[in-house]
Design a protein around this ligand. Structure first.
Ligand code: SAM
Length: 277
């Protein structure tokens, strides 16, 4: 049996103060930790990455499983504490957005909320990661899983192409030390096989949601900024293909389209481009 969350938090707080700008609100609730570990469903074959271990409340639980664990923490004082408390932990001291991640298959973490979006981008690009359990700010979780119609945006619509995401548990501010002003959610994300034209679809979604009040006919008539990053596409090919298609939903605003509609639109454009040679 380990030391438990409250003891680890107290030990770290005796050594140093919390750094608010690094999102240092530490999880003090054993039920949320139990749920995280149950959801993570860890086996001896797993290589797990934890971003922002802080005092090690989740780290301790992960080390009790038989997975291989790597943690990345930016705060040098916390890294010294972790090395002292968990001498066998494979710890990378640095910024998770800049450090090279090892080839892991799961991300399990109570992440620093201020880097949620770029962290999801890195996780999505890292194809070896097939499953994620993360604690994030409630608003971010709702946009990620598109809980309500009003949550529709490029984050949720694009992530639907790569992940099946689910809010597993709501977590109140009292579960953290010190308490944040916001609510949190435990979210699971299971990797999906990306559908055909996934990359083009994401580029269309991102461009359309940049001006979400406009009809997509207007925002998408200009070639998207990163179109040449999609295989076989460039500005002129896009403009020609766009002019040639007839798609009734072009007169809608982006939040009126479902993910299947975006895939249909990308498919039409792809067919038009291929037909033009
Ligand atoms: N996982 C711990 C827990 O559940 O109590 C701590 C979570 S706290 C919300 C976020 C942690 O991430 C802090 O320890 C903070 O120092 C660290 N952190 C902040 N930005 C980071 C970054 N860019 N890369 C790695 N760690 C970061």
């Amino acid at each position: 049996m380990g030391q438990g969350a409250r003891k680890l938090i107290d030990q770290l707080r005796m050594r140093q103060d919390n750094v608010k700008s690094l999102g240092q609100h530490f999880l003090n609730n054993e039920d949320v930790l139990d749920k995280t570990i149950t959801l993570a469903d860890i086996s001896g074959q797993d290589h797990v990455i934890e971003i922002g271990p802080g005092p090690g409340v989740l780290t301790e639980r992960l080390l009790e499983t038989d997975c291989e664990l790597t943690a990345i923490e930016i705060d040098q004082g916390i890294c010294d504490f972790l090395k002292h408390t968990f001498p066998n932990l494979n710890l990378i001291s640095g910024d998770a957005l800049r450090e090279k991640w090892p080839k892991v298959n799961k991300l399990v973490a109570n992440i620093p909320y201020q880097i949620s979006s770029p962290l999801i981008d890195i996780t999505t690009k890292m194809q070896s990661i097939e499953y994620v359990v993360i604690l994030v700010q409630e608003e971010f979780a709702e946009r990620l899983v598109v809980e309500w119609e009003g949550d529709k945006g490029s984050l949720g619509m694009c992530s639907m192409l790569d992940w099946e995401s689910k809010i597993e548990m709501r977590v109140g501010p009292h579960c953290f030390t010190p308490s944040p002003k916001v609510n949190s959610c435990l979210v699971s994300m299971k990797r999906l096989e990306p559908p055909k034209n996934s990359k083009l679809t994401k580029i269309l979604i991102r461009q359309a949601f940049e001006q979400r009040r406009k009809k997509i006919r207007n925002t998408l008539s200009k070639a998207p900024k990163r179109i040449s990053r999609v295989k076989n596409w460039h500005n002129k090919a896009y403009r020609d293909a766009f002019q040639s298609i007839d798609y009734p939903l072009l007169d809608c605003r982006p939040e009126e389209l479902e993910i299947e509609d975006w895939l249909d639109l990308a498919g039409l454009l792809e067919d038009a481009r291929a037909a033009m040679g």
